[in-house]
Each structure stands twice: as C-alpha cells, then as structure tokens.
Write a protein that binds this ligand. Structure first.
Ligand code: AHG
Ligand code: MN
Ligand code: MN
Length: 325
C-alpha cells in the first residue's frame, strides 16, 4: 500500500497553485475550508445509519424538495468551515433560501455557491453522493448583497467537488489545472492521486434518466437515441458520481429540459456552473443544449437549467441534434 504520507498533500498543492501562480492567498483558505468540511461530512455519511441520522427532516427546501437530515447537517458544516476561513464574504446554498452574508472584514474575500450534499435520493441506500462548490472572487470595493452572488460561471476562479464513494475524492479545478485528491482516513488529510485530469478522448458512457424519454421533445429524444445506440448507459442518480466517472473514463451526462421541467432539473449556480468549470478546464464542455453553461447571466440564486456535460465533441454533436430539430 503506497504511503499516503509521501504524496503531495492538498495543502502543499494549493500553496503552490495559489501563491506561486499569483492567485490571492485567500483562495488557499477557502479550499482548505472545503476540505475540512468534506472530512467532517464523510464521517457523518459513513456513520449516519448508526447515529439514526438518515431519513428526512420533515421539511421541504426552497426547491420544494424533501430535506434529508444529512442535507441539513452537511449545509451546517460547510457554512461553519467556510465562515471561519475569514476569506468568504457570502455563501449561496441549495438548502438555504437566501444568501448567507458572512460578517467581518472580507474585503478581499470570495463568494462560494454550494450544493452541500448532491444525490440525496441515494443517501439512505449507501450509494455514492457528493458535494459541489463554485468559487468567485468578490469585487474588492463591493459591499456584498444578495445580487453579489448572481455571477456568470465564466467568472469563477476555481471549482471543486467531492465524491463520498468507495473512497472520498476531492477534485479541484483552478485556471491552471484539474487535480484529484483522496482522503487518507487515518490522517484526515487529502493527498494527490490524480495529478492532472483531462477528460479522455474516447467516450464509452452516456448518463441520463431514461425514464424521462416520453416527456422529451422530438429533437431531444433523437439526441438521446443516438447516444443509446453508440454508448453504454451508466446512471447513478447522483450528478457528482456520474460526472466523476465520465471525467475520468470519458462520457456524457444529459439532463435536458422536458415537458415537466421546462427549465431543466439541475441548478445553475451550484451544480451546472461548478461542474461546467471543471469539465472545461479538463478539456470537456457544458451546455444547456442551446448555449454554453458558463455564459448564462443568472437572475435567481436557485434557478434551474438543462445540462449536457462531458466530452466536448460528444456534447457538441448532441447539442447540434437538440438544436437541429
Ligand atoms: P440533489 O440531491 O442535490 O437535489 O441533486 C440530485 C440531482 C442530481 O444529483 C442527480 O443527477 C439528479 O438529481 C437525479 O435526478 P432524477 O432522480 O430525476 O434522475
Ligand atoms: Mn445536487
Ligand atoms: Mn443537494
């Protein structure tokens, strides 16, 4: 078993990536806050059943979705670690209706949009779930308010996600690189295991909820049929897990608009934008089916979007069919 102690740690990587490459040093603190929160969430996820922490809270969130206990627990953990970093001015969260404006002097701070626990339908059945983060740099002379969080994805300075699966993997995308780290449970530190991730040229997989086919419009049904004819279906039902497999092995994820969800199901600010940033930095693409995800000017914190995400050429071919009619 290789000694994780001899691998570069996340802290060492982030120092070289942020300090040496001219990123504001504060970004280091934000990323380490995400890592510490992920370490705590991983413990909660692993022990939830034993701690009677599975199941629902009985509330519904701003999305109108039933809230899982671990959704709330994860949200609380990340709000705490991000707020304590001293570098986060505001947090937008899937589980919290309004932005969390962090007190204190964070004039040079960052704005973080997050999905604290993605794949909620899989929590109680021990299937991989995750956390997703988009990171924007606050304008120095700006007093943060709710509108400060409505930034297009092309202004992100970094994005990250964590998969709580057979191992706990944190993937960090900056403007220079996409790097994967695995949590060493004993030390509680993340160590480099995927130094420089590029989405493979080959595309063996497509990921979509085939149960929605009957409510897709004609061109979109045709696009999904073409994917089904060419690739193997892999669909976990946790966006982060489906995306992580496709990022490492090649693949395309599609959750298009349909008759029941005219704006799509997934959320722009803390699912599509962060994973779209990671995908593009790894040589992939992210589209609504009609426009680049990262170019969307957001109007609402929790707005939804259709999402076609993965291998650039396959995304482009799929978008052409969806648009071509
Ligand atoms: P969340 O648990 O944060 O609400 O996200 C769930 C999302 C995403 O993870 C997944 O791809 C999608 O819901 C699955 O939707 P369907 O169950 O409609 O396939
Ligand atoms: Mn989600
Ligand atoms: Mn979620």
């Amino acid at each position: 078993m290789p000694d994780a102690g001899k691998r570069i740690t996340l802290q060492e990587y982030v120092i070289s990536e942020c300090r040496d490459k001219g990123q504001n040093q504060g970004l280091e603190s934000v990323i380490m806050a995400i890592a510490e929160g992920s370490r705590r969430v991983q413990q909660q996820v692993q022990q939830a059943a034993l701690a009677d922490a599975l199941g629902v809270t009985g509330e519904t969130n701003v999305q109108g979705e039933i809230v899982q206990r671990l959704d709330t627990a994860s949200s609380d953990i990340f709000v705490e670690t991000l707020s304590q970093s001293g570098q986060v001015a505001a947090i937008g969260c899937e589980e919290i209706e309004r932005p969390v404006i962090v007190e204190g002097d964070t004039s040079e701070g960052y704005i973080v949009l997050m999905d604290p626990l993605d794949g909620s339908s899989n929590i109680d059945v021990a299937v991989s779930i995750g956390s997703i983060f988009g990171i924007w740099q606050k304008n120095p002379d700006e007093t943060v308010n709710d509108d400060s969080l409505l930034r297009p994805g092309n202004q992100q300075v970094a994005a990250a996600y964590v998969v709580y699966g057979s191992s706990t993997v944190l993937v960090l995308a900056t403007k220079h690189n996409v790097c994967g780290f695995t949590l060493d449970i004993e030390s509680g530190r993340f160590a480099v295991t995927h130094p420089s991730i590029k989405i493979p040229v080959e595309c063996p997989y497509y990921s979509t909820n085939e149960g929605n086919n009957k409510v897709l419009d004609g061109p979109t049904q045709k696009a999904i049929t073409l994917l089904r004819d060419k690739y193997s279906q892999r669909y976990v039902g946790s966006l982060v897990a489906d995306f992580h497999r496709n990022l490492l092995k090649g693949g395309i994820f599609a959750y298009p608009a349909d008759q029941n969800r005219k704006d799509g199901r997934l959320r722009l600010m803390y699912e599509a934008n962060p994973l779209g940033f990671v995908a593009e930095q790894a040589g992939g693409a992210a589209s609504t089916g009609y426009e680049r995800i990262l170019d969307i000017d957001p109007v609402e914190l929790h707005q939804r979007t259709p999402l076609i995400l993965g291998n650039k050429d396959v995304v482009e071919d799929t978008v052409a069919v969806i648009r071509g009619g």
